[in-house]
Design a binder for this molecule. Structure first.
Ligand SMILES: *[C@@H]1O[C@H](CO)[C@@H](O)[C@H](O)[C@H]1NC(C)=O
Ligand SMILES: *[C@@H]1O[C@H](CO)[C@@H](O)[C@H](O)[C@H]1NC(C)=O
Ligand SMILES: *[C@@H]1O[C@H](CO)[C@@H](O)[C@H](O)[C@H]1NC(C)=O
Length: 159
């Protein structure tokens, strides 16, 4: 193969790379913002170092309120002082509006703060490319039954 045709191959490879990148950049749709408040109906005893959760997520605070989905994931106490916890979970939607879509949530912070904030790092379905944050607040707690009701405010941007 001549040097000239090798050079042509290199140049055309570079063009192919450029052309495959440009359309993605041109596809610059405006992101929408979605805010929602949901409630996590939690029955786990949150005193261990490793907690797996599969919480019912509802529209309102009542247990009988309309189902939004499930909050499924883990919380691990990571601080040597026992204060910080690493949280990683998915909000798996089953309601009419977002059935089959998910949000992926991650963060590390003081688990005793009145308001805990975590990142929404991505999503699937209607929430592809989602980014944002959510807050957890303890709305009600009954230690005798290990029941805690969290109010969760979600603020995300997505396409
Ligand atoms: C969502 O919440 C943010 C932050 O609180 C606010 O700035 C924004 O206007 C809200 N967006 C909608 C669509 O309600
Ligand atoms: C959500 O999707 C599943 C699987 O496709 C389906 O079985 C279920 O009926 C749907 N639920 C709602 C509320 O649309
Ligand atoms: C969460 O949203 C509710 C309204 O739905 C609001 O009253 C509350 O202050 C919000 N909490 C945080 C931490 O932003």
């Amino acid at each position: 193969m001549s040097n000239c045709s090798k050079r042509f191959q290199v140049v055309s490879a570079i063009f192919m790379v450029l052309f495959s990148v440009v359309p993605a950049m041109a596809d610059d749709e405006v992101m929408k913002q979605t805010n929602m408040t949901v409630f996590f109906q939690d029955y786990s005893a949150d005193f261990g170092t490793f907690v797996m959760t599969d919480d019912l997520v509802t529209e309102g605070p009542e247990l009988t309120s309309a189902v939004v989905g499930r909050g499924q994931g883990i919380s691990i106490t990571t601080g040597l002082d026992g204060i910080n916890a690493y949280v990683s979970f998915s909000l798996v939607f089953t309601n009419d509006a977002y059935n089959g879509s998910t949000l992926q949530v991650q963060g590390n912070g003081n688990r005793f703060l009145a308001v805990r904030e975590y990142s929404v790092v991505s999503g699937t379905g209607k929430f592809r490319y989602a980014r944002g944050y959510l807050t957890f607040e303890t709305h009600f707690s009954d230690p005798s039954t290990f029941y805690t009701l969290f109010r969760v405010n979600v603020t995300i941007r997505h396409y």
